[in-house]
Design a binder for this molecule. Structure first.
Ligand SMILES: [Zn+2]
Length: 159
């Protein structure tokens, strides 16, 4: 396996152009999420929802944004939060730095997920935690079920 990813400083410093394009991508991603929700809300009324403020569309602060946030599913809400965080970091000049450990996030990773605020190590740790939490919740849930249904829920039913 060829590893061309030399972890030198150049690899992690962003040019103005790169930051600008990352910003554009982030804003577009956010708009797309909201557009979808908005379209869902307006279902039935046949109005095109294009009240979005073109390129000036910035960090979620307007009431409308907040309103829409309530309509989002967990996954989307998380994504929007991550996008906002990334946009904030662009403003502060810390884009591409891991929130958790302060190490640079690889550009490769940012290209795929421009809103990632964690480096790959911290991300996998976070996911592990999340999975654990989910498992615990699930086990709690099963325990609750088993209290109601005695042991009937615990048959071998893998598939
Ligand atoms: Zn990290």
């Amino acid at each position: 396996m060829k590893n061309t990813d030399k972890e030198n400083k150049d690899e992690h410093s962003f040019s103005k152009v790169e930051i600008e394009s990352a910003k554009k991508v982030l804003i577009k991603m956010k708009k797309d999420i909201f557009k979808e929700i908005d379209a869902g809300i307006k279902e039935g009324s046949s109005k095109d929802s294009t009240e979005y403020r073109g390129d000036n569309y910035d960090i979620a602060s307007s009431e409308r944004d907040r309103e829409l946030m309530y309509m989002l599913g967990d996954r989307e809400r998380k994504k929007v939060k991550a996008i906002d965080n990334a946009l904030l970091k662009i403003k502060e000049g810390t884009y591409g730095v891991c929130d958790e450990c302060g190490e640079p996030i690889s550009k490769k990773r940012l290209k795929i997920i421009p809103y990632s605020n964690l480096c790959i190590n911290c991300q996998s740790k976070a996911e592990e935690e999340e999975r654990k939490q989910l498992n615990e919740d699930y086990i709690d849930h099963l325990n609750t079920l088993s209290l109601i249904n005695d042991d009937e829920t615990f048959k071998d039913s893998d598939e």
